[in-house]
Structures are given as C-alpha cells and as structure tokens.
Ligand binder design. Structure first.
Ligand SMILES: Nc1ncnc2c1ncn2[C@@H]1O[C@H](COP(=O)(O)OP(=O)(O)OP(=O)(O)O)[C@@H](O)[C@H]1O
Ligand SMILES: [Mg+2]
Length: 371
C-alpha cells in the first residue's frame, strides 16, 4: 500500500508561508497532478512529501507509516526534479544504476534493470556518455530513468518535462501514462502544462497562494471550477473572464451588466448589486449576429481542426478568445460577434468563489437572443 496522506501540513520559511495547513489524501496507485501559479507552493508540498524539507506543522503518512520525520531514502519514494541533479563524474549507465548499487542489488539484476529503463527512455546509445555530453532533454530522461529504476512505490515529479522540446514532451507524456500503468506506483506530478494535467491525471489538485483550492477529476474541474483561481489554472486557452455587476436576479437566473455596458443572462443565483466576474470558455462562444461578445479580430490562430480568434481589447473587459471550426475564414480587423449558452456561463463572486448554479438551466423562447 502506498497511499499518501498529508494532514494539516504547513511550511514557513521565516516570514514566508509557502504552504498553509493542507489536507490531501492520495490513493494507492493514483496519478495526481498539481497545478497552480508560480510560487503557490507546489514544489514545497512535493519536497515535504519527499522529506527534503521539514514541515513547520502537520503529518505525512505513506501507506500506513508515519514518515513525517523519516529520512528521504527511507520513504520508499523517488523524485524527479526540474533540474536534473545527475552525478557529473558518472556515465549515464552508472547514474541510472546508482540507486540500485546503494541498495546493494545483485550485479546481474542491476544490468538488466538499467538496460530495460534505458530502452524505455531511448537512452541505450548514450549509456557510456557523461552528463556534460548530453542535451538538456537527454539529461532529464536520465534523471527519470534513475528515479524509476528502483520501481518506487511513490514517484514525485516536479515539472519533469519542462526542459524538453514539444515533440519529446508529447512522447514523454505518453511514456508517463504507460509507465504509470506498468509501475502501478502512486504518482504526484507538478506541471504548468494543461495537456499533461488533463490527460495524465486521475485527479488534479489546484493550488493557489499556499492553499489547495480544489481537487477533482480533470473534467469536473474544467466544467465546474469552484473559484476564479481554478478557472484560471485549468484550460488552454483560458476561460474568458470579464468584470460586471448583477442588475437583476430571479428564479430563472441573473442578469449581469458587463463593464462596457452589454447585458448577459447566466444560470446562477446572485444578489442584485453584487460585483461579479463572468467566465466563459472559448468553445462555448457561438457566432451570433446580436451576441454581446463582439470586437475586431486582433489575432487568429489556426490549429488545423479548429481555430482561436482573439477579439480586440475593449477598455474594461480585455480580450475575448473564441473557438471556431478549422475551416472558417477570418480576416484581421473584421468585427465578429458571439453569444453563449447561459448554462455555460460561470459567475464568480467578489471573493472569487463560484456562485451556485441553478439545477435546471433556464430556457429562453426561441425568438429571443441567447444572450
Ligand atoms: N528555501 C526557501 N526559502 C524561502 N522561501 C522559499 C524557499 N522555498 C520556497 N520559498 C517560497 O515559498 C513559496 C512557494 O514556493 P514553491 O517553490 O513551492 O512554489 P511553486 O509553486 O513550486 O512555484 P513554481 O511554479 O515557480 O515552481 C514562494 O513564495 C517561494 O519564494
Ligand atoms: Mg516549483
């Protein structure tokens, strides 16, 4: 059993609170991805679990063992860092073999394991080189190989792919999914990459300012972010966020006036007069002649199967990004208008928390505009 549980775990560095009291339960064999803005405490949480930092308060349990003050080597886990931390005087093969040597495994077993992981990570031709003769991506693959060679029960990864080129990242992402299935290890993985988070995670943990903001399955967080911080952290391109205030509310929903004057309806319960932030994802905007999201095309990104169009910044609300079919032709400067399905509009209160959504999204008569 290699579940990982942290209870009231906190870390201060002098006057800086890197991690506020945090509770998190990660099941045996789960793949958990941690996301959040730079400086929010992701690496601190990982380093505490690894035993590289001592907690200010709280408890860490791996399996049924309290490891809060156990030595890193005694926790049954391995960690891959943003920086590679390879031994410069050892060859690639010796670097990968190192943890097995320390564990005094038989020579034949070491040779077999090194060969296996080298092949899995495409390092076989590099086995006799030293780290200084490798590219950044190759070094990172060596550090991943070194971490998994012992088949740890818990694998901690802190932005392991951030130094790799795009093509290698995709291959390594697939490799991690395969590795997870194969190793059956509990994996805790920090990344800034949306695709890695959405595709690899059983659950995503969103952190913000030293706190866990929301934990859930990728699509649950994507469809129902509990706060602005989660809405910002999940999705690329991100959710459009526009400032507004509630002008009216009834059983069907709320009317919100955006800063530049447009009125929209949203399927949420809100108090008239409240300042709110309205959120709508690019794929939930639809071309609509009288839609309220309008502006000149400033940027057009053609991705092949689909495109993203950036509508010009209006003073108060900033740029709006909308998704269009890949075959749609658009000229720069052309004014486009979009509307949104009210059930797909998120509304966040002044404190950033999502307002309660109505159980039954209301419908409008077919003749009236959607927004
Ligand atoms: N050894 C340290 N001494 C003092 N402050 C630290 C130390 N380590 C981290 N911090 C501070 O703690 C906070 C959290 O840092 P942490 O490295 O956990 O962030 P992060 O979420 O991993 O960020 P990034 O995405 O940039 O890697 C930051 O404000 C950071 O400056
Ligand atoms: Mg970090």
């Amino acid at each position: 059993m290699a579940s990982v549980t942290v209870e009231d775990l906190a870390k201060r560095f002098g006057a800086v609170t890197a991690l506020r009291p945090t509770n998190l339960e990660i099941a045996d064999g789960e793949f958990v991805v941690i996301v959040g803005a730079s400086g929010c405490g992701k690496s601190t949480l990982l380093r505490l679990i690894a035993g590289l930092e001592e907690p200010s308060t709280g408890r860490i349990t791996i399996g049924d063992r309290d490891v809060t003050y156990a030595a890193p080597a005694d926790r049954g886990l391995a960690m891959v860092f943003q920086s590679y931390a390879l031994y410069p005087h050892l060859t690639v093969a010796e670097n990968i073999a190192f943890p097995l040597k320390v564990a005094k495994r038989p020579r034949a077993e070491i040779a077999t394991r090194v060969k296996e992981v080298a092949e899995a990570l495409e390092l076989t031709p590099l086995l006799s080189r030293r780290p200084r003769a490798l590219s950044g991506g190759q070094r990172q693959r060596v550090s991943i190989a070194r971490a998994i060679v012992r088949r740890p029960r818990v694998l901690l990864l802190d932005e392991p792919l951030s130094n790799l080129d795009a093509e290698l990242r995709v291959r390594m992402r697939h490799e991690f999914a395969r590795l997870h299935a194969q190793l059956q290890a509990t994996m805790i993985y920090v990344t800034h990459d949306q695709l890695e988070a959405m595709t690899l995670a059983n659950r995503i943990v969103v952190m913000n300012a030293g706190r866990v903001e929301q934990v859930g399955a990728p699509l649950d967080l994507y469809d129902a972010p509990a706060s602005l911080a989660v809405a910002r952290a999940i999705g690329s391109p991100g959710m459009n966020l526009l400032a507004g205030s509630v002008t009216a509310a009834d059983a069907d929903g709320s009317t919100i006036r955006l800063e530049e004057g447009a009125q929209v309806r949203a399927a949420v319960r809100a108090e008239p007069g409240a300042a709110v932030t309205l959120g709508v994802r690019p794929e939930h905007l639809r071309p609509q002649d009288d839609g309220v999201f309008a502006g000149p095309v400033e940027l057009f990104e053609r991705l092949g199967p689909l495109s993203f169009v950036h509508l010009g910044a209006r003073e108060s609300s900033g740029t709006v990004v909308a998704q269009l079919p890949g075959d749609r032709r658009v000229s720069l400067g052309e004014t486009l208008r979009f509307g949104a399905d009210p059930a797909r509009v998120h509304v966040f209160g002044e404190d950033g928390a999502a307002l309660a959504r109505l159980a039954q999204p209301f419908t409008l008569p077919p003749s009236s505009p959607v927004m």
